[in-house]
Design a protein around this ligand. Sequence first.
Ligand SMILES: Cc1cc2nc3c(=O)[nH]c(=O)nc-3n(C[C@H](O)[C@H](O)[C@H](O)COP(=O)(O)OP(=O)(O)OC[C@H]3O[C@@H](n4cnc5c(N)ncnc54)[C@H](O)[C@@H]3O)c2cc1C
Length: 514
Amino acid sequence: MNEFDVIVIGGGITGAGTARDCALRGLKVLLVERFDMSTGATGRNHGLLHSGARYAVTDRESAAECIAENKILRKIAPHCIDPTGGLFLTLPDDDLNYQGTFVEACKGAGIDAEIIDPREALAMEPSANREMIGAVKVPDASVDPFRLCASNLLDAKLHGATILLYTEVTGFIMEGSRVLGVKTLNHKTGEEGSYYAKITVNAAGIWGMSVMEKAGITVGMFPSKGALLIFAHRVNRMVLNRCRKPANADILVPGGTVSIIGTTSTRVPLEECNNPQVTPDEVNLLIGEGVKLSPTLAETRILRAFAGVRPLVSSDNDPSGRSISRGAVCLDHASRDGMEGLVTITGGKLTTYRLMAEMATDMVCRKLGMHVRCQTAWTPLPGAEGHSFKETADTIWRTPANKPEEPDIYGDALVCECENISVGELEAAIKHLGAGSLVDLRRRTRMGMGTCQGELCGCRAARILAREGLGDKALSDLRSFMAERWKGIYPIAWGDALREAEYTQWVYKHVLGI
Ligand SMILES: Cc1cc2nc3c(=O)[nH]c(=O)nc-3n(C[C@H](O)[C@H](O)[C@H](O)COP(=O)(O)OP(=O)(O)OC[C@H]3O[C@@H](n4cnc5c(N)ncnc54)[C@H](O)[C@@H]3O)c2cc1C
């Protein structure tokens, strides 16, 4: 029961993709995640399926990786991708000469970048700044990171992988200079465990460096915090970028029912990575720069702020981390550090996760002496068949496991009006996707992510949890769910947002006693 071919540490997109790839190649896989899936950078990013254009001038290798993967993901995960297209705007403050360099670099990296008339750009994207002096169209898109991660984990499971959530790797089982497996602690039951495998893959994102320290190995990483703001409705149809070298707050991504402006890049200490905070200065900067891309943001309600930490591989001479390559890094610790049975996969982007998983799995197979071809570049993820992003959203189910078994009138009833989520979908997420709390449900279904921020759906979903046998903690769960939502509202709580937060608090306190 405790023996596997490969153990993957981390249930973010890199770990999920690696577990899937390994399972598709016939390996017996265990994935161990200390919290829930997508709790690290995977659930705290911009949701931009990069065309690579952003990196074309400064990081050609990463740009080429992005466009190749952008094309693949559109085929294997159409249910996770909204093919919005993107525009790179040159504003009066920017140098129009950069546009030529940018388009040349895009072409060099294989990205289809087309200069268009600013009037045409405005017709395509009415929310864009009318003052723009130049525009370039690129194949950017918007991607749902939660759905993508869930689909990968589901497929890994369907191919025999074991997934342990809320289980932390606390140490390695070692014999001399070989890793034989991992020691774990289950945070829900307090149970300790030992699992053995020929190869262990470290896909623990920015925490990968502390995980590796447990094996006496140093991996130099650069924890780069990025802050973002979510606006209460979908302001833009297309992804809007500034046509200049990557800088702060220069991308506005439409995602589902909302729009997200970001981001910043600041080195933070490792201790801050578990709970990265958004500062008032960052909020001001994001609004100030965002308004330049799309002036309508000045009048749009802000829903919440959040931050994530990028798992970049270290560079000592770049204080912000902006110039560190976003390319993927795959390390064989046998040749690098003399430690057999251990591999690290890190760096990269959400957009390039599949490639990263392929790199890691190729290395695992090489080390096991196996010759099995990677299939993930053409094998659709569960939920992909015949379903576009819009259809998936409209038919109220996200992955096959979320599909209610026997839809009925009760099952079809809406719980979350903002994100169009039914009772049946929540029930299925509890039964088949291991959701044990409201926050787990949010990650699997988007419940509470829309305009009301859980104000309306939180209580209804708590009742469904109770009905499914999780009643003893439904109330405390509702409290932590609202507290989690509050964390994101706090940094933007002034004016109308503050008034609304007060109102919500009264409702919860005086109507519900919470
Ligand atoms: C602000 C921001 C914006 C971004 N925007 C974009 C974008 O628009 N497009 C794009 O393509 N990319 C974007 N990225 C990059 C992208 O989010 C990351 O590259 C990607 O999500 C990394 O995934 P990961 O699985 O490697 O790491 P993570 O998602 O961080 O996953 C690591 C997991 O390991 C787990 N873990 C840690 N320690 C242990 C342990 N001891 N035992 C078990 N589990 C453990 C963690 O809980 C975590 O879930 C952005 C990143 C940030 C921070």
